[in-house]
Design a binder for this molecule. Structure first.
Ligand code: FCB
Length: 490
């Protein structure tokens, strides 16, 4: 009898406890994201200028998996009211979207401001606020003005000045209503995937050199925008400004010390490249990054390191230049130590690591909640528990309405995040990528991430909720992650 009572008490507590673990803390915020090039279309509407993705998709359709473009995409330039409607239906606390630089400034420069561009973003922001949805705005989500690419784009430090001027204009025009700013989305993708690995606009192949030049400009551009906000706008507008950095979780492939070190090096060089200058106590690039690139450059007969150094002033300006760390996370990878022979330089050779995704991971290789939890704890330890906003987390599939894989993914990832919060990590928001299916860069429309399906064959680009939309709506309404997901699936 006593045993039975104990069992009952125990199971009551374990159910209760499991439930408590699935509840979001007070004030935790839930939202969804998009990016201008991926959803807006209207690529040459009104006086919009050309950007590097317009140029790439028009001149080199062969590099996009389905030869598609973002010319129309979800047509949010015309259908933004529909976007606000679905956001309202989901009940999100905020909507993270990006401003298309050339829609606002057709030449990239502030001497010519597009009044239609201004109107477009003003209308969107006003309508979001009327519907009690906070606008969270990214200044740069990969669509650099083509006019700035002519003189090297992000490999030229002067681009940081153009970015700073653009940022000042955006703060001055929209900052009365926008209170959360993200300067730059995913510096690693902007610099490494494009200049280093030939994977996106402007499709320039300059591994181990162009990627590092780009990296310096991006970081300096971020710090300039931060200080402009800090000095000229913060007092009056009272918002927050940060940067969004993407990273995998690097898990050692074996427990041999060389692989354990390689995984740590992967974190330091892929993520710390961006986070260390801003969030660490000492600032600057991580030591291991400086020493490895310097040493390899020497062996390759360069007269100085291929990694451009920061001046003392740049280091100081970067250190602490964010009110929050925006984190985009998609994958965990197994990392092993790999020694590459001296030859043509590259970031991968500088790092000396190889990555591997285990196809046997359950429920699938994309859904690795334990990696997410480890990553969040690593950030907590490494940068003294900064304020973290999860600015993207998402699951790829073929776009079916019964997107069970996505429901499981978000359920498990959010649970892992709540566990990390239980570990003491200071995480205050979670953003699903994406509100709807869209133009997935070089994958075109072959991979989908949306909570809403978009009918790309219909001129109305009809948006239809998937199972994951119903699931996320319930999460937002109840502020709880439901254990049982069968009710969302038909
Ligand atoms: C991220 C990008 C976003 C989208 C998702 C799937 O790296 O920021 O635009 O492409 O991946």
């Amino acid at each position: 009898m006593q045993f039975l009572a104990e069992l009952l008490i125990l199971s009551y507590f374990s159910i209760h406890f499991a439930h408590a673990q699935n509840i979001f803390p007070d004030h935790f915020r839930l939202g969804v994201a998009s990016a201008s090039y991926q959803i807006e279309g209207g690529w040459n509407a009104s006086d919009k200028g050309e950007n590097i993705w317009d140029r790439l998709t028009h001149e080199h359709p062969e590099v996009i998996k389905d030869n598609s473009t973002g010319d129309v995409a979800c047509d949010s330039y015309h259908l933004w009211k529909k976007d606000v409607e679905i956001l309202k239906n989901l009940g999100v606390d905020y909507y993270r979207f990006s401003i298309s630089w050339t829609r606002l400034l057709p030449t990239g420069r502030v001497d010519k401001i597009s009044s239609d561009g201004l109107k477009y973003y003003n209308d969107l922001i006003d309508s979001l606020l009327e519907n009690k949805i906070e606008p969270v705005v990214t200044l740069y989500h990969w669509d650099l003005p083509q006019a700035l690419q002519y003189f090297g784009g992000w490999t030229n430090l002067i681009t940081s000045d153009f970015f700073a001027q653009y940022a000042r204009l955006v703060f001055s025009r929209f900052g009365d209503r926008v209170k959360t700013w993200i300067t730059i989305n995913e510096p690693y993708s902007i610099c490494e995937t494009t200049y280093g690995d030939f994977q996106g606009a402007p499709l320039i192949h300059s591994p181990g050199i162009g990627d590092y030049l780009c990296g310096k400009t991006i970081l300096v551009a971020h710090s300039k925008a931060f200080h402009i906000y800090d000095k000229e706008f913060r007092e009056k507008q009272g918002g927050k400004i940060g940067i969004t950095i993407d990273t995998i979780w690097a898990e050692p492939r074996t427990n041999k010390s060389e692989d354990v070190e390689a995984a740590e090096r992967e974190m330091q060089m892929s993520f710390g490249w961006w986070a260390h200058p801003i969030f660490s106590t000492n600032g600057d690039y991580p030591e291991i990054m400086k020493s490895r690139i310097e040493e390899r450059s020497r062996q390759e007969n360069f007269v100085e390191s291929r990694l451009p150094s920061f001046t003392k002033e740049e280091i100081l300006n970067l250190r602490g230049s964010a009110d929050f760390l925006g984190l985009n996370h998609y994958n965990t990878k197994l990392i092993s130590n790999t020694e590459f022979p001296i030859g043509e330089p590259s970031f991968q050779k500088d790092k000396g690591t190889s990555a591997f995704q285990d196809p046997n991971w359950k429920p699938n290789k994309h859904t690795v909640p334990w990696g997410f939890r480890k990553l969040l704890n690593w950030i907590k330890r490494e940068y003294d528990n900064p304020l973290v906003y999860i600015t993207e987390n998402g699951f790829p599939d073929e776009g079916q309405l019964q997107d069970v894989g996505r429901v499981i993914f978000h359920k498990e990832m959010m649970k892992a995040m709540l566990q990390a919060i239980g570990d003491g990590c200071n995480i205050q928001s979670y953003t699903v990528w994406s509100i709807m299916d869209n133009m997935e860069w070089r994958d075109g429309y072959t991979i989908k991430f949306g909570l809403y399906q978009v009918d790309f064959n219909n001129p109305n680009r009809t948006r239809t909720p998937k199972a994951s939309a119903k699931f996320f709506k319930t999460v937002i309404e109840t502020r709880t992650i439901p254990e049982n997901i069968t009710m969302f699936i038909e």
